[in-house]
Design a protein around this ligand. Structure first.
Ligand code: GLN
Length: 334
């Protein structure tokens, strides 16, 4: 099916998808997350339980389709790991970054205190340990300059120069940073991380506190899906040769210990964050962003996962699926 036809269908489908997944039984949600508070049970959730938005940006013309809440800013959290990793790779090359952080799915939770002992490095840049290392690798005189470069990159991926770090979110993150702090000190003690741990921790948590809307995130996804060129601004944000590695690591590690099932069922490179955001990039086609703060036991958005799964099946987005559900149905009817 030509891409233009897919794009037209998507606009109608978004509304259907939204309606389909609008009701969510709280019993299907494992937790919510808030900086300064950490994870908390669904019984204690307020308005965040209903927050739900989907946005999609196409690669061919950067057209944006949205439904639901597409304007409330939320923290990137772990989604920021993608942009910091891409920048570290731009700065040093894949081989050098690979010396410090692997590309192996860990099979463990995002905040696990596990490392690739054989190679003396964190498993991959999408779990906290690996992300702390990649942030430290970003070039810059100090944490502030590194952060400026990460923020500038995220702005260019999203085509939105007004994106910023939410200092309140950051302050909340710092209050509950003991586990990340422990991971960082442990890594330094084993020679996996260099430099000032507190400065790196602040850098990492500030990058997690960059706020975006679904619209911003969908365009950022479309930039990755478009070989590194923002389809709205026309700016090249990431070298073409680097995109392959970034999408590969999202594909195999982006959804934490759910990554295998995600690859199996949804089949597109994606990254989630504890704020309930999911960023997906469908190479050559589109960027997708979903926001819904209710999380499953892996820390991935419940609605976000469902929406992406259904979108993938209906539109034939899976990397290894040749046809959409509609085409299969049409073919079997004729
Ligand atoms: N700031 C969070 C942390 O480092 C981000 C984790 C996430 O989004 N999974 O714990």
């Amino acid at each position: 099916m030509p891409d233009a036809a897919i794009t037209r269908q998507v606009a109608q489908r978004l509304r259907e998808l939204y309606e389909h997944h609008r009701t969510l039984d709280p019993r299907e949600v494992a937790s919510f997350y808030e900086p300064g508070r950490g994870t908390y049970p669904p019984e204690l959730a307020g308005a965040e339980a209903d927050r739900f938005g989907i946005a999609l940006a196409t690669v061919d013309d950067g057209a944006l389709h949205t439904v639901g809440d597409d304007t409330t800013p939320f923290a990137l959290q772990s989604i920021s790991k993608v942009f910091a990793y891409a920048l570290a790779v731009e700065d040093h090359g894949e081989d050098e970054v690979m010396r410090h952080v692997g590309v192996e799915p860990s099979g463990d939770a995002f905040n696990s205190i596990v490392f690739d002992e054989r190679r003396n490095r964190p498993y991959n840049p999408m779990v906290n340990a690996g992300a702390i290392v990649t942030s430290s690798l970003v070039r810059g005189r100090d944490g502030a300059e590194k952060l400026d470069r990460i923020l500038d990159a995220v702005r260019r991926y999203a085509g939105n120069p007004s994106l910023r770090v939410d200092e309140e979110t950051f302050a909340g993150e710092m209050q509950i940073a003991d586990r990340n702090r422990a991971i960082a000190y442990l890594m330094r003690s084993q020679g996996m991380l260099e430099g000032d741990v507190e400065e790196t921790l602040e850098l990492y948590l500030r990058q997690c506190s960059i706020t975006v809307t679904c619209r911003d995130l969908a365009v950022a996804g479309a930039t990755l899906a478009n070989g590194g060129v923002n389809p709205v601004t026309g700016e090249r944000v990431l070298g073409r040769a680097r995109v392959r590695g970034v999408l590969s690591v999202m594909y195999t590690c982006g959804m934490y210990d759910f990554a295998g099932e995600w690859a199996f069922e949804v089949g597109v490179p994606a990254k989630s964050g504890v704020s309930g955001g999911i960023l997906a990039a469908v190479p050559g086609k589109m960027g997708i962003a979903v926001l819904s703060p209710g999380l499953d036991e892996y820390g991935n958005s419940v609605r976000g996962t469902r929406v992406c799964r259904e979108m993938s099946v209906r539109l034939g987005l899976h990397t290894f699926a040749a046809e959409s559900e509609d085409e299969i149905l049409r073919a079997s009817a004729s």
